[in-house]
Ligand binder design. Structure first.
Ligand SMILES: Nc1ncnc2c1ncn2[C@@H]1O[C@H](COP(=O)(O)OP(=O)(O)OP(=O)(O)O)[C@@H](O)[C@H]1O
Ligand SMILES: [Mg+2]
Length: 479
């Protein structure tokens, strides 16, 4: 669609400009019968337009109005494509992050994930815009070069050679940008990560008078990101700035040569000059577009790599749905290791139904790891976990997890109301039955005493990571 719109826009542009030829000749009273003039006059005759100034002028205005419409359609389509691509990447990546294994999750850095999902995805989508610009540039060249060839063969040939020379000259500038861009994306991820940790740590760092140490660290990263952006921006600016002077210089040279050698009519010189200027704008704009693409290489690499990694890390799942836990849970010879480190070795135990058991062990002994195996977040390297003789690996994990209530060591608190933290968004808004369940859950976990002193009871906002609650209150909400 984009190619078609650009192609039609480009064709209308050339037709419009070439139609100026007979118009100018009529206005100046010149007669010059070259191929293009004949073609333009022929076109007007076919359309039934008389070769007089007013009708021709009206036709040209109409052609450029039509071209304007296609340019609008092209721009709108481009922005539509970019926003759709961004939306799709963000939706898919968010889903795949949720579907990825626990191990993948623990290996990720929040700053990197956030950076990929926001900054790099936006830049990835904007790279498509630049690809679109290159495409339009190439289409214009394909349309303009034959037109100028028909009018001035030598000139077109000289231009092709000159453009190639420009490309060779600016190549080192562009190549270097690709490397800078990859560093810039990495630095952006590191910055996002440091900023998240910095913001989280502020109260503690303040209390211990260590805030300035971390601030210095973050400031260093901010400077590095700015330095890389500036270096890339400088290259883009150089390429963007040299376009117009070179185009005008070539144009003046052309007019000088035409005036010295003579030959062509004033009207055809003016029309070729206009075509030439348009063409040079496109061709000389290409190195800047390639530069922009290279500037975005880091983002493209980051988004593509992250998408591949997160997709490869999809959590395995079994086919069998489980409706209820009606039997014991058995661990038989379960071992779990991470690399060289054996965390759990040959664990064999039965967790009987309707009984309370405790797992005791020193710090780092593997208790949380054991619970991660029990919820199916981790899979044993050896041995098997079974419920009613069904191996965990055969179970649909989602159906198993629906039967598990879990209060983690570090309570997970979302920056929302106390009610939403208790229901974890299971309640539809204004559902009185669900709300009554939340009320009784809050009462069962002894939340009532502190709910009374909060400003809006269950509707109180808890702050980022539950910062407006005490540690014990956070734990009660988690329960
Ligand atoms: N994602 C991980 N990657 C690598 N090693 C890990 C990871 N999570 C835990 N470990 C290591 O596995 C071992 C067991 O950790 P685990 O969290 O199960 O201990 P724990 O018994 O719950 O300890 P605590 O009582 O301190 O909570 C520890 O040595 C820990 O360093
Ligand atoms: Mg633990």
């Amino acid at each position: 669609m984009l190619v078609m719109l650009a192609l039609i826009g480009g064709l209308l542009d050339v037709i419009g400009i070439v139609s100026l030829l007979p118009l100018l000749q009529v206005a100046m009273g010149e007669v010059d019968e070259n191929a293009m003039t004949r073609a333009a006059v022929q076109m007007m005759a076919t359309l039934g337009i008389p070769t007089e100034f007013k009708s021709m002028a009206l036709l040209i205005v109409a052609i450029f109005l039509a071209k304007g419409t296609f340019v609008f359609a092209h721009s709108f389509w481009t922005i539509h494509t970019i926003t759709t691509v961004r939306k799709n990447i963000q939706t898919r990546l968010t889903k795949r992050i949720g579907d990825a294994s626990f191990t993948f999750y623990t290996e990720q850095d929040t700053g990197h994930v956030i950076n990929v999902l926001t900054n790099e995805t936006r830049r990835f989508a904007s790279a498509l815009k630049v690809f679109g610009q290159v495409l339009v540039g190439l289409i214009y060249i394909i349309i303009y070069v034959p037109t100028i060839l028909a009018l001035q063969f030598d000139l077109a040939l000289t231009l092709v050679v000159a453009t190639l020379a420009v490309f060779v000259a600016v190549r080192p500038l562009i190549e270097r940008t690709r490397l800078l861009s990859i560093s810039a994306s990495a630095q952006n991820s590191a910055l996002a990560s440091e900023l998240i940790q910095f913001v989280h740590a502020i109260p503690y760092l303040k209390a211990t008078a260590t805030l300035s140490n971390l601030r210095r660290h973050v400031r260093g990263r901010v400077k590095e990101v700015a330095r890389l952006d500036l270096r890339m921006g400088l290259r883009t600016a150089i390429l963007g700035g040299f376009k117009e002077p070179v185009a005008v210089a070539v144009l003046i040279l052309y007019i000088l040569v035409e005036v010295e050698i003579g030959g062509g009519s004033l009207a055809s010189v003016a029309v070729v000059a206009l075509l030439l200027y348009r063409l040079l704008n496109q061709t000389l704009g290409l190195p800047a577009s390639f530069q922009r693409i290279n500037q975005l290489t880091g983002s493209i690499t980051f988004v593509v790599d992250f998408t591949r990694d997160v997709t490869d890390a999809a959590e395995p799942n079994g086919p069998n749905l489980i409706e209820s836990i009606d039997s014991d849970i058995n661990f038989s010879n379960v071992s779990f290791s991470r690399g060289e480190q054996n965390i759990l070795r040959n664990i064999t135990l039965t967790i009987p139904r309707h009984q309370t058991i405790g797992i005791v062990g020193e710090s780092g002994a593997g208790k949380t790891t054991f619970f991660n195996l029990l919820t199916g977040l981790l899979d044993p390297n050896d041995g098997a976990i079974t419920i009613a003789d069904q191996d965990y690996r055969e179970l649909d994990r989602q159906s198993l997890r629906r039967l598990i209530g879990y209060v983690p060591q570090d309570p997970v608190i979302i920056n929302d109301t106390i009610a939403n933290n208790i229901s974890l968004y299971a309640c539809p808004p204004n559902d009185p039955d669900c709300r009554a369940q939340v009320d009784s859950a809050a009462a069962a976990a002894n939340c009532e005493s502190f709910l009374q002193i909060t400003p809006s009871g269950l509707n109180t906002m808890v702050g980022d990571r539950g910062m407006r609650l005490s540690g014990g209150q956070r734990q009660r909400i988690a329960i």
